[in-house]
Design a protein around this ligand. Structure first.
Ligand SMILES: C=CC1=C(C)c2cc3[nH]c(cc4nc(cc5[nH]c(cc1n2)c(C)c5CCC(=O)O)C(CCC(=O)O)=C4C)c(C)c3C=C
Ligand code: FE2
Length: 413
């Protein structure tokens, strides 16, 4: 079961659809030189597209891309059939865009008297490893006590409303949502194009409630890659679950049939937190204090008292309130979560401070024994002096889509 979602496959790029790309020219020029050259031109695009269909949704265990556009939607209709129709249209659009194809008849292929099916800003761009991952929030199942779509009884026990944590300062306008879509790509324009086109398709059925752009991935699911750094300058993602660790994914990330909600088997639960980081305060903090806060050194990323980033942490050598000590599985009954967050900077706050931080995303088999357990443990975290959680969401991400199926099929069928 595991490993399927990590497969990359060559996709037909938007450029090749238009037939004027460098790759197409190469293919054309090579035609006279024999099939070998054509084959290698094909290979030039290999890896650009991540398979959309499979047992698990892409964008969870697949390698982390450089950019994020995350959007939470409110469903504005009470009509179940319209919602399902939109999910089917979204699925077709998502399958096309992740393969590098435009939506429907494209940006210029349809009738001149109607708005184009595709908004066009990704024309000429390759798939850029775009992944689109959908999740359903608690309010899709019950909102203000109302079962709008007849799915109240199908709400998984694991899809709990997150409790209030000490220090939370959540903005309702940046929290919640009936449906979330995580778009990740190596080109921000491709990620933004994807969300924009889903929003366009959803007009009259779902409206964007809030969204977040992210850059500089702060964790990785490929252990051989260099560990990225967060906005505090520390390597982030050293101890993460890798996309290749099938046993860990099965134990800690993928929901199973026996977990209580059969329709979620092969899916996962996404917790998103917009965490503001007080950059200016941090930048006036001594190096020793910074390293004590995390329990790792800044240059190499080695655990306190040790030499190399991958050395096994000795928790007792860290301060009792060090972030890594409190977040470590040994302090949390063995809990592991798959982190997939991104940095953000959204201008400044009018007081001369950057509105910057970490858009934290974690996938887990059950938020009660995943994020919630770790976040409770972080109540005494030394890092809390320098951060504040200002946005939040929890979403049930269904299993992957089979060929001919649609997003949410196991829930609505
Ligand atoms: C509830 C879960 C977590 C939140 C929220 C969180 C916020 C947060 N983290 C950093 C920076 C780092 N975190 C690191 C490790 C780490 N963090 C969590 C969980 C949360 N972090 C876990 C489970 C771990 C791994 C612990 C382990 O097994 O050792 C690190 C160290 C490098 C690494 O392993 O990734 C850094 C650095 C920030 C800046 C932040 C909020 C803004
Ligand atoms: Fe952390």
């Amino acid at each position: 079961m595991t490993g399927e979602g990590t497969q990359e496959r060559p996709g037909m790029s938007r450029r090749r659809m238009l037939g004027f790309s460098g790759a197409s020219l190469l293919v054309g020029a090579a035609a006279g030189a024999g099939l070998d050259r054509v084959a290698s031109a094909e290979e030039d695009d290999a890896g650009d597209a991540i398979a959309f269909h499979g047992a698990h949704q892409a964008g969870i265990a697949t390698p982390v891309q450089d950019r994020l556009h995350f959007a939470a939607f409110d469903v504005t209709t009470g009509d179940r059939d319209r919602l399902v129709r939109m999910l089917k249209e979204w699925t077709a659009a998502a399958a096309a865009m992740t393969a590098g194809r435009p939506v429907g008849e494209g940006a210029v292929g349809g009738p001149a008297v109607a708005p184009p099916d595709d908004t066009g800003e990704a024309l000429g761009l390759p798939p850029s490893r775009l992944t689109l991952t959908i999740g359903f929030g608690p309010s899709l199942f019950v909102k203000d006590g109302e079962d709008r779509f007849g799915i109240r009884a199908r709400r998984p026990a694991a899809l709990v409303d997150l409790p209030h944590f000490p220090g939370d300062n959540l903005d309702p306008a940046r929290s919640g949502g009936d449906i979330a879509v995580q778009a990740c790509a190596d080109d921000p324009q491709v990620a933004v194009h994807a969300i924009r086109n889903l929003a366009r398709i959803g007009f009259g059925v779902a409206a964007v409630r809030w969204s977040q752009l992210g850059f500089g991935k702060t964790s990785s699911t490929t252990p051989d890659a260099q560990t990225p750094r967060n906005l505090f300058g520390f390597k982030d993602g050293t101890e993460n679950i890798a996309g290749t660790e099938g046993d860990l994914l099965d134990r800690h990330v993928w929901a199973a049939g026996g977990d209580g909600a059969g329709w979620m088997a092969g899916g996962s639960y996404l917790v998103a937190r917009r965490i503001r980081m007080h950059i200016e305060t941090w930048d006036r903090t001594s190096l020793r204090e910074q390293e004590d806060v995390f329990g790792r050194n800044k240059g190499e990323g080695a655990p306190a008292g040790l030499k190399k980033e991958r050395d096994k942490p000795a928790l007792a050598q860290m301060k009792p309130d060090a972030h890594v000590r409190l977040a470590h599985p040994d302090s949390n009954q063995g809990t592991r979560i798959l982190r997939r967050g991104y940095s953000f900077t959204d201008g400044s706050d009018g007081l001369g401070r950057l509105d910057a931080g970490l858009f934290f995303i974690a996938f887990q088999r059950d938020p009660r024994t995943g994020f919630i357990r770790v976040q409770n443990s972080l109540a005494t975290d030394a890092l809390n002096e320098y951060i504040q959680h200002v946005g939040s969401g929890v979403f049930a991400c269904p299993p992957g889509v089979r060929e001919g199926g649609y997003w949410g099929e196991t829930l609505f069928a």
